[in-house]
Design a protein around this ligand. Structure first.
Ligand SMILES: Nc1ncnc2c1ncn2[C@@H]1O[C@H](COP(=O)(O)OP(=O)(O)OP(=O)(O)O)[C@@H](O)[C@H]1O
Length: 638
């Protein structure tokens, strides 16, 4: 054992010493070119053009900076090139001279967005290990994975923070971890949206020099940068300047000053060339942007491309190592199988649930508190014939508790989780089936556990029948209702923001709650068909029927009328059940319907999440109609 770990350690040291990453899947170098690229969005009735027929080329082995004034279209250009925004884009994009196949390209490229969304409650080392398991699967051995993780952590100087949990990392460390996670399967193309935002000068410089090292390994690294300092600017090989959706410069970083000089715009020696070209293109020194766009032919001109770029032997050497075959020869599927992804994601989700101790305790306290309050409110009403109607109220209180308590945290939490998941899904860490299955399975034990805490208090305090089958039936119905409510929360929040989810969740719950008890008290008189249909849409209705069947179904003996009462109208259970209009209800029917609704609700959540990630035509049309209505409403407010 010792020999092998020593061997692995020596391997790590050797490979890091060589300055490149060993054991990683070989990937082809990819040169990305775009011709006549346009992008427009609809704003109300008109359309706004953001990219105006620009041209350009980003080469492998080079670190490219996209510069430009705020609102010029830098992020949009990255989004379109990475395939993150497709609707509204026009023009031609080529990879290695061939028209880009978006599906194939998404497998080759990684997009690191501006917000460093990282999975909480896991350490840097765990995050790297989980990402390695997902992305590298069984392509390499466990020992090789350790080597890869160690190498990348050293390359991105994360080794000192490897046992720190992600939420405690500094801004620079978060950014480097985001990059490290995406480097794991050696993507040939890496896009980064403002990787230096929020970092100080030293951290920014460290981050960009690391990106340069990554690019030197044969990768195409493209990042948008906001006003880089002169020191930072010096790291870039290639610069692409966007001004009002057009290309104002496209060439070597060293060519910026000579290019401007050719246009009779002299950069003062004390001035940072990056600041100067941004200021000129934003019109601070007069309207020179048109001149720049014309001189560089909106990106078509290649004259400044190789300005003063010397040959770099180490770069060529590393390029050779990665230059093994064309794009089509590489296995570009997910690194792990759906089953492996499910296990890894389930492990990660359970670990995160258990590590979030404050939230777990909060939930325990909430269930204890509610259990005690509801229990005491309906204390001993289970057998009291003078309080039969109140006991029905207790069933209703249980159903409402099982509706709101599991749903609200999901409405608040899941929209944020979707943002995180979108990043991992877009970068092809895993498939949606595995993710959704792991999500449902990981949540279920906690929901069951917390529902049991609540029921363990309320059921005995309210003196419900202490017969095992009835206890099991009551518990089963409550837990199933809780699981449906949680899935309903997931379905709502998978397509909406936190604000909209928190509005829509309770708004939908109110009719469900009303329909659950509509018509009770009318006896066995059948309600009008329309109400019968409406009632059957509420899963809470089946929950109510299930609970009544659990505590009253098949009971022959009367309830106990207290001595201080002369007469108890609801003493006879079958009369009471008849009054509720539930004489014919069957526990197994209601439970069966609830299980079907649970499955359908989960399927709906999965479908909506899929539409959020890759919308089909129907979903896109609904969105367009929604945006149209929104635009109309905001116009009528003005
Ligand atoms: N969906 C949209 N609807 C309307 N306008 C949009 C949309 N997306 C982008 N824009 C507009 O397009 C322009 C370019 O946006 P983009 O985010 O690409 O700029 P940027 O150069 O990255 O800016 P910054 O440096 O400030 O991040 C901006 O004026 C922005 O308001």
């Amino acid at each position: 054992m010792e020999t092998s770990s020593a061997g692995a350690g020596a391997g790590v040291a050797r490979s890091i010493g060589r300055g490149h990453l060993s054991h990683l899947p070989q990937r082809p170098p990819v040169t990305l070119a775009f011709h006549d690229l346009t992008y427009s969005v609809r704003v109300g009735r008109s359309s706004k053009i953001i990219l105006r027929g620009i041209h350009g080329e980003f080469r492998s082995g080079q670190l490219t900076a996209i510069l430009g004034p705020s609102g010029a279209g830098k992020s949009t250009l990255l989004n379109v090139l990475a395939g993150y925004r497709v609707d509204g884009a026009g023009g031609h994009i080529y990879t290695n001279g061939e028209p880009r196949d978006l599906r194939q390209f998404k497998r080759l490229s990684r997009y690191i967005m501006q917000e460093d969304l990282l999975q909480p409650y896991i350490t840097v080392r765990e995050a790297m290990a989980i990402a390695a398991d997902l992305k590298l699967g069984a392509s390499i051995t466990a020992r090789e994975k350790v080597v890869v993780v160690e190498e990348i952590m050293q390359l991105l100087r994360l080794d000192k923070a490897k046992d720190t949990t992600t939420e405690r990392l500094s801004g620079g460390e978060r950014k480097r971890l985001s990059i490290a996670l995406e480097l794991l399967n050696n993507p040939p193309v890496i896009f980064l949206d403002e990787p230096t935002t929020g970092l100080d000068e030293v951290a920014s410089s460290m981050c960009v020099s690391l990106l340069k090292r990554v690019a030197r390994g044969g990768r195409t690294v493209v990042c948008s940068v906001h006003t880089p300092s002169a020191r930072l600017f010096a790291h870039f090989d290639h610069v692409y300047v966007v001004a009002d959706g057009r290309c104002a410069y496209h060439g070597a970083a060293a060519g910026v000053v000579p290019f401007l000089h050719c246009l009779h715009l002299s950069c003062p020696t004390t001035h940072n060339p990056a600041d100067f070209i941004i200021e000129v293109s934003s019109g601070e020194y007069g309207s020179h942007a048109d001149k720049m766009v014309a001189a560089i032919e909106n990106g078509r001109c290649q004259s400044w491309r190789d300005y003063a770029v010397g040959s770099d032997t180490s770069q060529e050497l590393e390029l050779e190592q990665l230059n093994s075959g064309g794009v089509e020869k590489h296995n570009l599927k997910h690194g792990s199988t759906t089953c492996q992804q499910f296990h890894i994601l389930l492990r990660r989700m359970l670990l995160q649930t258990l590590r979030n101790k404050a939230y777990l305790w909060l939930r325990v306290c909430l269930h204890l508190f509610l259990g005690l309050i509801i229990g005491l409110l309906f204390c001993n009403m289970g057998y009291d014939a003078s309080k039969t109607i109140f006991n029905f109220g207790f069933c209703y209180a249980c159903i409402i508790a099982m509706l709101y308590i599991p749903m609200m945290p999901v409405l608040l939490e899941f929209p944020r989780e979707v943002q995180l998941m979108k990043r991992e899904y877009f970068n092809r860490w895993y498939g949606l089936k595995a993710y959704y299955a792991a999500l449902v399975v990981s949540r279920t034990p906690a929901t069951i556990f917390f529902s049991l805490i609540y029921l363990a208090l309320t059921y005995p305090i309210t003196s419900q029948p202490l017969e095992l089958p009835r206890i099991l039936m009551f518990t089963t119905i409550c837990i199933t209702v809780a699981l449906i409510s949680e899935s309903m929360g997931t379905a709502i929040s998978s397509i909406l923001s936190v604000v909209n989810s928190v509005f829509l969740g309770p708004a939908l719950s109110v009719p469900l709650m009303l329909l659950a008890v509509y018509g009770f008290g009318d006896g066995d008189l059948p309600p009008p068909i329309i109400w019968k249909l409406a009632r059957s849409c509420s899963y809470l209705r089946y929950g109510m029927e299930g609970l009544v069947a659990a505590i009253y179904g098949g009971r022959k003996e009367d309830l106990v009328c207290p001595e201080d009462k002369d007469f108890c109208e609801m003493k006879n259970i079958s009369n009471f059940v008849k009054l509720l209009g539930m004489s014919g209800v069957s526990f197994w029917f209601d439970f069966g319907v609830l299980v079907v609704i649970l499955l359908l609700m989960n399927f709906l959540g999965y479908y909506l999440l899929r539409q959020r990630l890759s919308p089909n035509y129907a979903y896109r049309s609904i969105k367009i109609i929604g945006n149209f209505i929104k635009a109309k409403m905001s116009m009528s407010h003005q």
